[in-house]
Ligand binder design. Sequence first.
Ligand SMILES: Cc1ncc(COP(=O)(O)O)c(C=O)c1O
Length: 389
Amino acid sequence: MFAQRISTLSSSIIREILAAAQQPGVISFAGGLPAADSFPEPNWAALPPQIKQYGMSEGEPELREAIAAAAREKGLQCEASQVLVISGSQQGLDLVAKLFLDPESPVLVESPTYLAALQCFRLFQARCVGVPLGETGPDLAQMDAVIRSQAPRFSYLIPSFQNPSGLCYSVAARQAVAALLDRHQLPLLEDEPYCELDYDGVAKPPICSLLKSAPWIYQGSFSKILMPGIRVGYLIAHPSLMPHLVRLKQASDLHTNRPGQWLALEYMRSADKQARLAKLQDFYRLRRDAFAKALAEQFADLADWQVPSGGLFVWLKLKRPMDTRPLLKQALANQVAFMPGEAFFADDEPPVGYLRLNFSHTPPELIEEGLRRLRQVFEEAYAAQAVTA
Ligand SMILES: Cc1ncc(COP(=O)(O)O)c(C=O)c1O
């Protein structure tokens, strides 16, 4: 009865965990939720009446101008005509997948990568091929080998404070990746929803700005710097790709919601935008630091990790690897939630022994208790393993 692709449509483990994690009393390190205390209170009464009407598929012209100007400040040379306002950066994944993918098309992704991107690409029956991440960026030799052997349709990278690993590519890695993509003329989808959540002032030129000839799409979002509920993001594309992406957007939902775009433009124009961002960064830096301290106290003997310079996540690698997926049930029974790391790998048989912990959502006074509960889950699992061994 249904289209073939529906058989590949898995339910998102994220959505399931988020539902369980919202039970009262559960301390959740699972989702990627920005802290609600940071959301501004919109003055909806000031919404101009014309905004209630249908709008343009490309997005509000003034917002497109503002987005292009901000991208130029990051070093990405572009015009407003290259900006498409989308319903969250999640929609960009869908549009780009529709543009490039046929059944069985290979896509180059990071290993690990954003779970909902895997879900989206797989819906188009793509074959996601992972390239391992090292300490400063992807393994370039493996990336080159994947491009040569698999001929992917495009590459999907999250270079700044990656979800789930927290990795921020070094400038040298960005340059090397750009050179590699140029050499193979491989299109790049660069997904940067965490770029502004930078707590240590890291240099991070967009890889798209370093490309000389490969086609590119750069994505950003207002979800993490303003609020995710308005569902406003943007993509900026090489001029050759724009007409196709605009038509795909039109076919998908006509245009992004206009009150949300209005709010995003108010934010972009606000005189205190920089101060608001700095406040947000201070807020998250404190949470990151509180989390790092509690993690060092509770998990130093169980796992290894790097404290991230930005974003929302810490990525843990267990010293004694075990599949963390079956532990989620026990964790929820213990009133704590985490994200099993295995789900973020493209492989059919993913490597085991990883977990992703969100540090932005839990108030500092609950972090220690949450990590204590989580530690107990792992201690019990290791003890049970020892009994059965
Ligand atoms: C890497 C990545 N891309 C895209 C998204 C989707 O964000 P948006 O709220 O802009 O749709 C997320 C959300 O967490 C993400 O982590």
